[in-house]
Design a protein. Structure first.
Length: 255
């Protein structure tokens, strides 16, 4: 559905995408490689159902194949993606060990590894507000775009802008608690920038209140990634944020 109040580039245009939208109906993410850069994945979790593979990067530069999640965050993120894209080919890229903190250098290595395996979507449910890292991320994002990968990462949170989510070419995420979990909102802002809004709630745990579960902008990113995986299925021509917007604009009949 598209916001009917649009009158051009100087107004906000919102397109909602979710169940029943012609772009995603019958799509399960089949054939779409999704890299999840996080705390790893617990592959035997019933909400995950196995993954294609993965890698772990340590702070001192070592890499290895123990990408088991010992924090739970990456597993919950993956569960939200899997819910919407059950047939996506998911890879774990573990950058967190015992706490949700890592370095810019490790994130750059993780993104490069993801593009090397042919990931079309890179879910990066984290970022930094530190502008000192902008050039490093800009070069990394540019390289990912050239390789056909779309990074999904928080753009605004806690009244601050975040890297790499605020950079042009990244699917920058904003939190919208009113957005249904199964839907996302793709919004063109005055001036032409495109942002993605999603619910901050993860996949529900039976018998547990959503208020007692993990939640926040990390899961807004995951919910967006899941929907985009379905949308990108069998559409290799969609390689960038601008491609996504143009496709949705035409699907919605917007001039």
């Amino acid at each position: 559905m598209i916001n009917p109040s649009d009158t051009g580039q100087d107004s906000v245009v919102d397109i909602s995408v979710g169940p029943g939208h012609p772009a995603t109906t019958g799509h399960t993410g089949r054939g779409v490689i999704v890299a999840v850069i996080d705390s790893g994945i617990h592959v035997d979790h019933p909400h995950v159902g196995g993954i294609a593979g993965g890698i772990a990067f340590e702070q001192h530069g070592e890499s290895h194949d123990d990408y088991t999640d010992r924090l739970g965050h990456g597993t919950a993120v993956t569960a939200a993606i899997r819910e919407k894209a059950p047939d996506a080919e998911i890879y774990a890229i573990k950058v967190f060990g015992r706490r949700l903190s890592t370095s810019t250098g490790v994130l750059v290595r993780a993104i490069d590894w993801a593009t090397g395996i042919g990931a079309r979507l890179i879910n990066l449910s984290l970022g930094t507000p530190n502008a000192e890292h902008e050039l490093t991320f800009w070069v990394c994002v540019k390289r990912a775009i050239e390789r056909g990968a779309l990074i999904v990462s928080p753009r605004e949170y806690d009244d601050r802008t975040w890297l790499p989510g605020k950079l042009e070419g990244v699917a920058g995420i904003m939190l919208d608690w009113a957005c249904p979990r199964e839907e996302i909102l793709v919004s063109r802002r005055p001036g032409g920038s495109i942002v993605f809004l999603g619910s901050g709630y993860p996949r529900p745990i039976p018998g547990s209140s959503p208020e007692h579960n993990l939640k926040g902008v990390s899961f807004a990113a995951a919910n967006v990634t899941g929907v985009l995986a379905g949308l990108m299925q069998d559409r290799p021509e969609i390689r960038s944020v601008s491609d996504l917007w143009e496709f949705l604009r035409l699907q919605s009949g917007h001039e």
